[in-house]
Design a protein around this ligand. Structure first.
Ligand code: SAM
Length: 280
């Protein structure tokens, strides 16, 4: 329902030209569209971007039949690397230029954000990058077992409340889902400005005996890796106000045990301690 108008406009080849103030839309139009509140609350730029990505060959929205078929999309069998919560896709675009022998797919639910990265790739004729608009929880519907070589998670929402820990993209429930599509030994990379998410992920790595191969609690002071120099929109916003960037690179075992209740209890027991006092 939400994307009704953008879908209809794209399917019918209609260019959207709203007046700058969306509430000035004629009432007959909002009534006809049946979602007046949504349209009045949504900027025209967003609607235009939603309609535009439907015409982009490098954006796939909830696609059918892609599981096991990404080599067909890229017309080669190069390794496939995902950027989860890609937003505007700075890592997808940046890594596709740094590593031309790999294919990159930015995954996000927000089409208007994906628009920025996808447009850049089209303008710069980057053929080893694509964008998938979907919920991250649906990844196994779009990728076959072992189809993914690496996963980057860039500045995801930290979901600071302990009761929301299961929504963190490095929670074991998500790691089990990544395990379904990731090649054995495939790396997971987390780049974040959130000390809470960094320490939470270290706790998960320790509790579930994951193999951590790189760990920086101040990226720009500790490494000059080119890939870690790519800056994202949210990195620049510094929402966590931490003044530093954290990075973890780790692999997953074949089976990730279910100790999730114990993890939740540990989180509850330590939630009132300052983050730097919480043992990793
Ligand atoms: C804080 S932003 C970071 C965006 C980008 N990586 C950056 O650093 O600028 C988090 C992004 O995750 C996306 N996101 C959050 N939960 C998601 C989910 N379950 N499935 C798909 N995307 C999700 C949001 O739409 C948003 O673009």
């Amino acid at each position: 329902m939400k994307f009704l108008f953008a879908d209809w406009a794209a399917k019918n080849g209609v260019n959207i030209h709203f007046s700058p103030i969306t509430p000035a839309l004629p009432q007959w139009l909002t009534t006809f569209l049946g979602n007046r509140i949504y349209l009045q609350g949504m900027g025209q730029k967003k609607l235009i971007r939603f309609a535009a990505i439907k015409t982009f060959a490098n954006v796939l929205e909830y696609p059918a039949h892609m599981q096991g078929n990404w080599c067909g999309h890229f017309k080669n069998d190069h390794p496939v690397v995902l950027e989860l919560a890609c937003g505007r896709g700075e890592y997808t675009v940046g890594m596709s230029k740094l590593f031309t022998g790999k294919n990159f797919i930015g995954v996000d639910i927000k089409g208007n954000r994906i628009h920025a990265g996808a447009k850049k790739c089209l303008e710069e004729k980057i053929s080893n990058a694509a964008f998938l608009r979907t919920q991250i929880a649906m990844l196994p519907q779009y990728f076959a077992a072992n189809e993914v070589s690496e996963i980057w998670i860039t500045f995801p929402d930290p979901h600071l409340r302990t009761s929301k820990a299961k929504k963190r993209l490095t929670h074991p429930a998500f790691l089990r889902m990544y395990r379904q599509v990731l090649k054995p030994g495939g790396f997971i990379h987390l780049k974040t400005d959130s000390p809470d998410l960094y320490h939470f992920t270290k706790k998960v790595i320790a509790m579930y005996q994951l193999d951590c191969v790189e760990d920086y609690d101040d990226v720009y002071a500790q490494t000059d890796s080119d890939v870690l120099k790519i800056k994202t929109h949210y990195e620049a916003l510094d929402i966590a106000n931490s003044n530093r960037i954290f990075y973890l690179k780790f692999t997953l075992p074949a089976v990730i045990e279910d100790k999730d209740e114990l993890l939740q209890q540990v989180l509850k027991d330590t939630e009132n301690k300052p983050v730097h006092e919480q043992a990793d």
